[in-house]
Design a protein around this ligand. Structure first.
Ligand code: ATP
Ligand code: MG
Length: 559
């Protein structure tokens, strides 16, 4: 197995109960830390999986260990190569880990099968002809004992023979299964003779038609960890009561390495659905445009929306890792990307609901380039040249026919600074038949070039503008939370959760912006002054750019 790639440049910074355990183990002499991320390729990864990724890869990097990406491909009926490729790309994107090893549970099928035969030979597993409904009914409840199957006491010879017949494909799906013989009275239902193998006559992407029996997750998982030398097998809290089973299986084989399982709380986020099954439903029922719809909490959706891996990792670390379930505010996720973009995003001028401005004392046909600062937070990023002329567009929000007290933007008779350009004074306004202001006639002060006062007179308002002759038209997509229900877990099971979709989760608007944005690059976040952070969407076509709003400038929820 390859060592940890040198390209991973980050590690988990914060400490939690797992890092404390790892440090104790290292102090106790454990020399090498091995973790793994074990997705089932039955959907794309979401930000909850992102948490498991950050913990597993982040801990391995912090303690100079290694982390495998292992596909849990034990159920050929649900798994697809499209998801495999998507997951590999998403993992590389989030953890920046170019050369991690990609491993497959299916590569261990023979070994895992042989261990099941060992259990049968020792009288610790049997072929059960009960149907799956009977098996779950007889399993009982935590407060009542289970009912043993009538097939539980078959002889070793008969079980060996039947397991072989089952493996050779002579039984139909559902006809029988192999169960471990543990304890039908255990208070932990997972120990009441769990199923090890079931028949599935489905070809597998890796093993083809070689197998028609496939191992169950609980039986396979410990072996996969063991064979890879995993030291700390990290999973979410719902596996807590599976740990006794994980340990029971490996305890039967003391000659093999026995990893330890640790459980952490799942990531839950308000107004956000984090379940592959439900995300698949959104895709299948066309409630979103695909797995990478920018409203989706998938890693590919967040990437298309304009989130960066560093912002997601910082959010995940800040959300914390403990053994207590909770729900994190969506606003906190937004805070982390806003904080990053505030430092890095170039500023651009983009106007919505535009009003035309005619600069009446500026010559027709003339234009010039003025320098506009790129990022006031980072003066070293310099400035860019933006064309200015007689015909401009300003944002509809920057003019008031009857200004309120304290209004510093444009109004009849008022003077403002056009950012980076000149002072202008509104002399006149023109309305259309509906009474909307559609044009302002302004004069400019040619001595105020660069937006500097020529004679010390003060102008309080600075507004953005775009040259009407040079500006670029954009489609912008403004997003809200996908769900209007704050806690998705509060939706009753018998209610159609799709009704909780926020009808305003996607609003489109046309904007005009400075021409430089025609050369915007995918993956770069720009600040549209006062409107938020935006990034170029993959739906863009030449001459028709589409921009996603990544996040607003301030959290409108926090008043
Ligand atoms: P889902 O519950 O969304 O269907 P899953 O658990 O079935 O996801 P897997 O592919 O089996 O999906 O998960 C891979 C790993 O990601 C597991 O170790 C699982 O514990 C972890 N994981 C899944 N969802 C979350 C979450 N919301 N927060 C933290 N870890 C998660
Ligand atoms: Mg799960």
């Amino acid at each position: 197995m390859k060592p940890l790639a040198a390209t991973q440049t980050w590690k988990l910074e914060t400490s939690n109960f797992i890092t404390e355990i790892v440090e104790k183990n290292i102090a106790g002499g454990q020399s090498h830390i091995v973790t793994r991320f074990p997705p089932e390729p039955n959907g794309y990864l979401h930000i909850g999986h992102g948490k498991a990724l950050v913990l597993n890869f982040g801990i391995a990097a912090r303690y100079n260990g290694k982390c495998n990406l292992r596909f849990d491909d034990t159920n050929p009926a649900r798994e697809e190569m499209e998801y495999v490729n998507g997951i590999i790309g998403d993992v590389k994107w989030l953890v920046g880990h170019e050369a991690f090893e990609v491993l497959w549970s299916s590569d261990y099928f023979q070994f895992i099968y042989d261990r099941a035969v060992d259990l049968v030979k020792r009288g610790l597993a049997y072929i059960d002809d009960d149907s799956s409904e009977e098996i779950s009914k007889k399993r009982g409840a935590p407060t009542e004992k289970g009912t043993p199957s009538p097939y539980r006491n078959r002889s070793v010879e008969e079980n060996l023979r039947l397991f072989q017949v089952m493996t050779d494909g002579h039984f139909d799906e559902g006809a029988c299964c192999l169960r471990a013989k543990i304890d039908m009275d255990s208070p932990n239902l997972n120990l009441r003779d769990p199923i090890l193998y079931r028949i599935k006559k489905v070809p597998h992407h890796n093993t083809g038609t070689k197998w028609c029996v496939y191992p169950m997750y609980d039986w396979a998982h410990g072996w996969e960890d063991s064979l890879e030398g995993v030291t700390h097998s990290l999973c979410s809290l719902e596996y807590d009561n599976h740990r006794p089973l994980y340990d029971w299986f490996l305890d039967q084989f003391p000659e093999y390495h026995h990893p330890r399982q640790y459980e952490f709380n799942r990531l839950n986020i308000t107004n956000t659905v984090l379940s592959k099954r439900k995300l698949l439903q959104l895709v299948k029922e066309n409630k979103v445009s695909g797995w990478d719809d920018p409203r989706m909490p998938t890693l590919c959706g967040l990437r298309r929306r304009g989130y960066t891996p560093a912002a997601l990792r910082r959010f995940i670390e800040a959300a914390g890792c403990s053994r207590t379930d909770g729900i994190i505010e969506l606003g906190m996720l937004e805070w982390f990307i806003r904080d990053e973009l505030n430092k890095t995003a170039p500023r651009v001028m983009a106007v919505f609901n535009p009003i035309r401005v005619t600069v009446t004392n500026y010559p027709e046909g003339k234009s010039e380039l003025v320098a506009v600062e790129n990022n006031p937070e980072q003066p070293e990023t310099g400035s860019r040249e933006v064309p200015f002329g007689r015909h401009l567009l300003i944002d509809g929000e920057d003019f008031a026919e009857v200004p309120a007290k304290g209004w510093f933007r444009l109004a009849p008779g008022a003077e403002v600074r056009l950012k980076g350009a000149y002072f202008v004074t509104c002399q006149e306004f023109v309305k259309d038949e509906q009474g909307n202001v559609v044009e302002l006639k302004c004069t400019y002060d040619s001595q105020s070039r660069g937006g500097d006062s020529p004679d010390g007179r003060k102008v309080k308002g600075t507004i953005q503008w775009v040259s009407a002759d040079h500006g670029v038209e954009l489609e912008t997509r403004l997003y809200g939370p996908l769900l209007s229900v704050e806690n998705p877990a509060s939706i009753p099971e018998d209610q159609n959760w799709l009704e909780a979709i926020n009808p305003e989760s996607l609003v489109t608007a046309t904007a005009w912006c400075e021409p430089g944005l025609a050369k915007a690059e995918v993956g770069v976040g720009y600040q549209f002054m006062r409107k938020g952070y935006f990034t170029l969407d993959s739906d863009s076509t030449p001459g028709k750019p589409v921009f996603n709003r990544i996040v607003t400038l301030k959290d409108p929820w926090k008043k």
